[in-house]
Design a protein around this ligand. Structure first.
Ligand SMILES: *Cc1c(COP(=O)(O)O)cnc(C)c1O
Length: 439
């Protein structure tokens, strides 16, 4: 169109210094995420040549002219798809968040991504953007406790229903639950894999096949969203297995240093536009300082997760054969196992992660003695940080879960949850060995 403003009119930036084109391939070679984390989506010429993006502490952005302001608001309000073409107001967007979102999407080959002030803010914004009163949310179970609360106790108050199937469900079991739900409007299918603390994997391919068989190409076909916090993005990429939306608590592996709280959502442009409109309305966007910290975190994501994964494999191999250990629930063991979970693992996962369940011989007293004897591992909930953490789900994260459900989920008094960090693996084994000796 002749009256479309030019890029310079929209951004107000005179590109005297010729901007270097974004490099994402060399010859026929597509650059890997680990390479792109150092520069993708950031142009130093826009920030005085600063190698690293500054933290943009501003609540609002100056429009170069009124036409640009109008165009930006067309993007913000959804009149024009794809969000604002420029920076508008910090509840909607900001340079740090946009660079972060560009880089986050790369890890899973997602068309678009959004970041949020917490994992729960991401999940709540996702739900609010898709559900209407009378709808059903179908989900795998168990879910992260706050997610279950959000569905049952919060959305339930607004007339939203839910149905669930166990995380390890077969295609037939999934068909039965989705078929029952499909008699009404299903807002979305929400998965979490592996389930915490059972570590049961969801067969995302089977869920997608079941959904497609039931809804076909119907316009009301519910999207499949999945919480990929435990294995993503290194060891599991659910968009490749039929999921439409991937959710993260970036507080865990992505942030990776136990020093921030944030969330992310990845997916197609269409679904992300819907979620962005809700985020614009309620303001659940990640703040610029946290976004900046996450940019730093993503530069070492592959290094950290690879090392933590290798450490966990070594520690779990040691624990598995220890006489005071009853069972180790480590996903990496599935690589050489038999059965349905092993089949799901081989189709969906490229690694076992670094968070696992340790069942000690004995009960709460033995578990507490083990936890209190650890010298390197810290006693704290959460996971995915550079440091090794250990906790007792029955007495901590899952304390309020009714006894019968605890038993059903395997949350017994002898269960310890461990998240392995990037320390020296042999030091960690020495720590586990002396703590086991102290029982
Ligand atoms: C921690 C966590 C969340 C919640 O994320 P916050 O960043 O704490 O809001 C959601 N899902 C899973 C699987 C988590 O581990």
């Amino acid at each position: 169109m002749a009256d479309e403003p030019t890029e310079q009119e929209l951004t107000g930036v005179e590109t005297r210094v010729s901007r270097k084109p974004e490099i994402d391939a060399i010859g026929g070679r597509t650059l890997k995420p680990a390479t792109l984390m150092m520069g993708h989506g950031y142009d130093p010429t826009l920030s005085e040549g600063a190698l690293k993006p500054p933290v943009f502490l501003t609540s609002t952005f100056v429009f170069p002219n009124a036409a640009a302001g109008k165009r930006h608001f067309e993007g913000v309000t959804g009149k024009r798809p794809g969000g604002a073409a420029g920076l508008v107001y910090s509840r909607f967007n900001g340079p740090n968040q946009e660079i972060l979102e560009d880089r986050l999407g790369i890890w899973e080959g997602a068309e678009d991504a959004l970041t949020f002030s917490s994992g729960m803010a991401a999940i709540a914004t996702l739900f609010l953007s898709l559900v209407r009163p009378g709808d059903t949310i179908v989900h795998s179970g168990p879910l992260y406790a706050a997610t279950e609360t959000l569905i049952a106790r919060v959305l339930g108050r607004f007339g939203v229903h839910w149905l669930d199937f166990p995380a390890g469900a077969t295609r037939e079991e999934i068909d039965a639950v989705l078929g029952k739900a499909a008699t009404g409007r299903v807002a979305l299918i929400y998965l979490e894999s592996p389930a915490n603390p059972t570590n049961a994997l969801v067969d995302v391919e089977a869920v997608a096949a079941s959904r497609d068989a039931i809804w076909g190409s119907a316009a009301e076909k519910p999207p499949i969203a999945i919480d990929n916090t435990f294995l993503g993005p290194l060891w599991s990429q659910p968009l490749q297995h039929g999921a439409d939306v991937v959710v993260y608590s970036l507080t865990k592996y992505a942030g990776g240093h136990s020093d921030l709280v944030a969330g992310g959502v990845l997916g197609s442009k269409a679904v992300i536009d819907t979620i962005r409109a809700m985020r614009n309305t309620i303001g659940t966007i990640c703040d610029p300082n946290t976004a900046w910290m996450l940019l730093r975190s993503l530069e070492t994501l592959e290094l950290r997760m690879s090392r933590a994964g290798e450490n966990a494999a070594k520690v779990c191999a040691f624990l598995r054969d220890h006489p005071k250990v009853e069972h180790v629930g480590y996903l990496g063991f599935l690589a050489e196992a038999e059965g349905r979970q092993a089949d799901i693992y081989r189709r969906h996962c490229t690694g076992g992660g670094s968070t696992f369940s340790l069942y000690l011989k004995g009960g709460e007293a033995e578990a507490f003695r083990f936890l209190d004897s650890l010298k390197i591992a810290k006693l704290a909930v959460s996971l995915g940080g550079t440091e090794t953490l250990a906790s007792h789900p029955a007495a901590m994260t899952h304390l309020s879960v009714p006894d019968a459900r605890k038993q059903a989920l395997g949350i017994t008094d002898n269960l310890v949850r461990i998240s392995i960090g990037v320390e020296d693996a042999d030091d960690l084994i020495a720590d586990m060995e002396q703590a086991l000796a102290a029982i």
